[in-house]
Design a protein around this ligand. Structure first.
Ligand code: GLC
Length: 653
């Protein structure tokens, strides 16, 4: 690599937008500490792009462990180490980063499209433990007029953490709850875990055993791992029959009215294996009553630490793919992929007209066709907000457009300021979900003193949906990214190439999120003239025009700021409390123009699937005539002139 080369990609990975100077390992891992020294997270995304004198993209299609040393060992050397010599290597050449990515995306297929309600605000917690608690959450939102479209059910809705069961004691009438919430325009989204509890009489377990649908150990017996319910078997989702069988289990919840699912622990995560536990106990017994010195103490400590997600365990079970026995570690990165595919294939075959929300924790390149992802168990730390910001373009490069992080942070206690700043960024991510771990401080919007500020931020999200949805759908249908680094838009601007804390969002806007505690402003680099829009709420807005260059911008805690590119059209919708209440016709057009400009808008009913129909497209024109602006909207050869009150469009002179 030359000094000036930049490297982008690797999807879900730690550190900045430019990946140089560290190494990344593709091996899906359940790890809730997304700190700088980590080489792997939950997703395995073997794709990167180099921008320099020669620009190109590389995809290493290999489902086992791959290591990318991007100048960590030797700063000028990029090394790719694949565990076995059986992989497909794609080298993609095109003149620009955007085009390289488009070519790659064409290769891997179209990204997943969720129902439109999944662009609404979503509230989660590990766990809302009973019907009453879920109702209470819904009531808080609706009574306090905080917009919301979904509430999540974490593992406690199940009977003893058994997939596709519902606890009789805590959720005695789930179906009624689903219907009740639907009337309030709130969707319930249950979690599904990879491991199936071993328990006589539990139908999923018994069917799996009867048909040989579980992964097996060395001796051909179903492999045993420990997860939430204690001992589990892993459905062999790489085996086509087992995959269809596992996917068809989702139907029982769908039939009750559930329209969204999140797949978890599908790296697959393992607390322990039987061998691992046996060895641990033996080693403890060996040291019983002995004087533990440095070596023996730390050896024992490491044994505990290494029990979870242990490589030896991943090497000790097998898949059966069309009669061929394959050791798990060689195809490890395809497990979450296939668990998610299982659900998606069954949905597509059984409910072909229906869009169903689906996202997963583990993933591999290509899974973006079936579902979105969330970025797993982050922490309520400011550095994790920055990581979320820097990760979004990398996820988009790999086709994962429907994605987002646990807003506010999952582990540890969040603070009011952190959740506010995180929400101010989260309003731009397609998946906007507030989720937190058991035992942490409550972080629902109504848990805070500044509830009004948070309500308005979420309100701004709904105002953004017409633009976000349009940009999302165009990105999916044209193989574009929704979030991209400034360098992709301004490749010849050497300053833009180095920007790590601002992002382009779709074709018209740039954001410069706040991610530092107590900061009430920041420097922003504008690669071109831009119109700054300050929003206290969808309706309370102020504008100022800025020239290309560096500017210090005040960002009080109760304001969202964004930048509209000159001669680009941006628009806001109304302040709805749920997606079905959005008025998609009456938009406020915002622009700073010194020429006639236009924007191609995509919109649809958010439910059906005829994405390519021409009726979904319209063109918005802003034209300067007779010393005033006209706004025209053109759809299906009809042109509608809109009354324009002159407040949001700016002329440079
Ligand atoms: C995992 C998930 C997290 C969930 C928890 C309990 O840690 O990543 O989102 O809340 O399991 O199901």
């Amino acid at each position: 690599m030359k000094e000036e080369d930049l490297v982008y990609g690797f999807g879900e990975a730690v550190r900045g937008i430019n990946k140089r100077g560290f190494s990344y390992e593709s091996f899906c891992l359940d790890d809730d500490m997304h700190t700088e020294q980590k080489h792997s997270l939950y997703g395995a995304h073997n794709f990167f792009m180099v921008s320099g004198e020669e620009s190109f993209g590389v995809f290493v299609d290999y489902p086992g462990r791959v290591r990318f040393d991007v100048g960590e060992t030797v700063s000028s050397k990029f090394m790719i180490i694949v565990e076995e010599f059986c992989f497909d290597l794609y080298i993609i050449e095109a003149p620009t980063m955007k085009e390289i990515n488009r070519e790659f995306r064409k290769l891997i297929g179209r990204s997943y499209i969720p129902p439109k309600w999944a662009f609404g605000y979503q509230q989660s917690r590990w766990s809302y433990k009973s019907e009453e608690e879920v109702r209470e959450v819904a009531t808080h939102f609706r009574e306090k007029h905080i917009p919301i479209d979904a509430i999540y059910l974490d593992i406690d809705y199940m009977d003893h953490f058994k997939d596709f069961t519902v606890s009789n004691t805590n959720f005695p009438n789930l179906q009624q709850l689903i219907e009740e919430l639907k009337q309030q325009r709130i969707n319930l989204v249950p979690i599904i875990d990879a491991g199936v509890k071993m328990e006589e009489g539990y139908s999923v377990y018994e069917e799996g055993i009867r048909n040989g649908y579980f992964c097996t150990d060395e001796n051909g017996e179903p492999f045993v791992a420990g997860v939430w319910p204690g001992k589990v078997h892993f459905p062999d989702v790489l085996n086509p029959d087992a995959r269809t069988w596992f996917g068809s289990q989702y139907k029982s919840l769908y039939d009750m009215g559930i329209e969204g699912f999140w797949n978890d622990m599908n790296e697959p995560a393992m607390f322990y294996s039987l061998d691992g536990i046996a060895q641990l106990i033996e080693s403890i017994e060996n040291v019983k009553g002995k004087n533990l010195d440095m070596d023996t103490f730390f050896q024992m400590k490491d044994k505990f630490a290494n029990m979870m997600n242990n490589l030896t365990d991943y090497q000790s079970f097998y898949h059966n793919v069309n009669g061929v026995r394959i050791r798990h570690d060689k195809v490890h990165n395809l497990y979450g992929f296939n668990m998610t595919r299982a659900a998606k294939e069954v949905f597509d075959n059984n409910y072909p007209e229906k869009r169903i929300l689906l996202f997963s924790r583990a993933s591999y390149i290509g899974m973006h066709r079936y579902a979105g992802i969330w970025t797993g168990d982050n922490r309520s730390w400011w550095s994790q907000l920055l990581l979320n910001i820097q990760m979004m373009p990398a996820l988009n490069m790999c086709g994962f457009l429907y994605s987002g992080a646990d807003i506010g942070g999952f582990g540890d206690n969040t603070t009011e300021e952190l959740i506010i700043r995180w929400m101010q960024f989260g309003i731009f991510t397609p998946l906007m979900r507030n989720h937190s771990a058991a035992g942490t401080r409550r972080q629902e919007p109504y848990a805070w003193e500044k509830i009004d500020v948070i309500r308005k931020i979420i309100g701004i999200r709904y105002g953004l949906i017409p633009y976000l949805y349009s940009e999302y759908m165009k990105a999916v249908l044209n193989n574009e990214m929704l979030f991209y680094p400034l360098a992709f838009e301004y490749p010849d601007d050497s300053r833009a190439r180095g920007v790590e804390n601002q992002l382009m969002v779709g074709e018209s806007i740039m954001i410069a999120p706040m991610y530092i505690q107590n900061a009430r402003g920041r420097y922003v680099y504008l690669p071109e003239d831009m119109l700054l829009v300050r929003l206290k709420s969808v309706k309370e807005r102020e504008y100022s025009m800025y020239k290309k260059g560096d500017h210090y911008i005040d960002v009080p805690l109760d304001e969202v700021v964004l930048f509209v590119r000159k001669n680009h059209i941006f628009f806001l919708g109304n302040e709805a409390e749920s997606v079905p209440e959005l008025d998609s016709e009456n938009l406020e057009i915002i622009a700073w123009a010194d020429e006639d400009i236009s924007y191609q808008r995509y919109d649809d009913d958010g439910e059906t699937k005829k994405y390519r129909a021409s009726e979904h497209y319209s063109t918005i024109w802003v034209e300067w005539e007779n010393n005033q602006y006209d706004i025209k909207v053109q759809k299906d050869n009809n042109t509608i002139f809109k009354h324009y009150d002159g407040q949001n469009i700016f002329h440079p002179f």
